[in-house]
Design a protein around this ligand. Structure first.
Ligand SMILES: [Zn+2]
Length: 413
């Protein structure tokens, strides 16, 4: 319980580092980011780690294993927040990882592998509109033009790095090698309602959902709302309505999530039959094929509706990201650990994006989810229980104690 309380209190302490006085907002390469790195760095040092800040502003610590320069198990999460954020999204994973190392340090316990803890400087992408800047820096996957990206004050990412005391021409130095790590493990709040509704504190993530986003439009014929009989209408909004309902039932059938979140209807008058409707579709699944099959069914339904209602259909995909499967090996270790500490485990996909997406390019990734009250996140009402933090800490300890390095090495070839 002692450790859970300390983690809880440290989340409170980090939450004070905000650009707003009455809300928590901490963005990449800000003065508050600097302060958060200093604070987390101090905690890492106190936990017996060698500490450094990398070339993109991630705070990193290393606790050596029994063999010097052994590859490390990387633990961590992000230290940046959305605007008006909660206290646990990201921070919980970093602080719990530090606490885990602190316990090992106190017991003078070391493993055949090293443990590294990272607090990523940017995951949310609030300042420059690009997400995962911290973890993509560590994976060496920054885009060519990202240094030119500007924040809302017109400050470029290159300039912000300089202001932070970093050098834009050296960002590649943040890149780590695959051989540096045996895997990446992240504790994160679920940010959804599944664990709470199942009355479980912890769950094991199977995959981080991949997403596709499309723009659709139906074109029909505008007409007088009083004179054109129902049987002769080409109403683009009624066609759209039918498709939205079809998307809902297809999503349920194929176990994906699909959302129409934006819609524009023209001409938009009370006495005119709608002629042009454009709308968005966001579709996500833990498996790319599963998502694409569901999307195929939705477009098939759209074509059928267009033909039957004499509407002109167009659609295009403007965003696509692959699903990130979690490592089978780490899922197994996590499932055993969670079963050990809470009696049974639960597997679930992550609907939200996480740093593990970027780190998966380097090594196998695993994620442990912890319930949060009402599934609420990206909101100051984010809330967790100390007893759950304790369970998470115990589960992670169990994983560490049960990683068999030679087997891991074989597994990684
Ligand atoms: Zn997060």
């Amino acid at each position: 319980m002692q450790e859970g309380i300390r983690i809880f209190e440290r989340c409170n302490e980090l939450a004070l580092l905000s650009e707003d006085t009455d809300a928590l907002t901490r963005v990449y390469l800000s003065a508050q980011h600097q302060q958060a790195n200093q604070l987390a760095g101090t905690w890492m040092r106190d936990a017996g780690m060698h500490v450094w800040q990398d070339a993109v502003g991630n705070i990193c610590g290393r606790y050596e294993g029994t063999e010097p320069e052994a590859p490390a198990l990387l633990l961590g999460s992000h230290l940046d927040t959305v605007r008006n954020a909660g206290k646990y999204d990201g921070m919980l994973g970093v602080i719990t990882a530090i606490e885990l190392v602190s316990r090992l340090h106190q017991q003078n316990k070391r493993f055949p592998f090293a443990i590294e803890v990272v607090g990523f400087g940017d995951e949310e992408g609030v300042r420059f509109g690009v997400t995962l800047l911290g973890s993509r820096g560590l994976a060496g996957s920054w885009g060519d033009n990202w240094l030119d990206k500007q924040d809302s004050n017109g400050i470029s990412l290159a300039q912000a790095l300089c202001d932070f005391g970093l050098a834009p021409e050296q960002i590649h130095q943040a890149k780590r090698k695959s051989s540096d790590f045996i895997g990446y493990l992240e504790l994160h709040i679920e940010q959804g309602p599944l664990l709470e509704s199942t009355d479980l504190a912890l769950g094991v993530v199977t995959a981080i959902n991949g997403a596709k986003r499309l723009n659709f439009s139906f074109k029909g014929m505008a007409g007088h709302a009083g004179t054109v009989p129902m049987s002769l209408r080409q109403d683009a909004l009624v066609g759209t309505s039918e498709l939205i309902l079809a998307a809902e039932s297809i999503a349920k059938e194929f176990d994906v999530v699909a959302t129409v979140g934006k819609i524009a209807c023209h001409p938009g008058a009370v006495n005119v039959i709608p002629s042009d409707v454009s709308f968005s579709l966001d579709i996500r699944a833990p498996d790319n094929q599963q998502r694409d099959v569901a999307l195929f069914e939705i477009t098939k339904a759209a074509k059928e509706i267009a033909t039957r209602r004499q509407l002109e259909l167009s659609y295009d995909c403007f965003y696509s990201s692959d699903a990130t499967p979690c490592s089978g090996f780490l899922q197994e270790k996590l499932t055993n650990a969670v079963t050990n500490v809470q009696g049974r485990s639960m597997s679930l996909a992550s609907g939200a994006g996480h740093d593990a997406i970027a780190i998966a390019a380097l090594c196998e990734v695993g994620m442990l989810f912890m319930r949060c009250k009402g599934g609420i996140s990206h909101n100051p009402a984010e809330s967790v229980q100390v007893a759950d933090i304790d369970l998470a800490l115990q589960a992670l300890e169990h994983v560490l104690a049960n990683i068999n390095l030679p087997k891991t090495k074989n597994m990684l070839g």
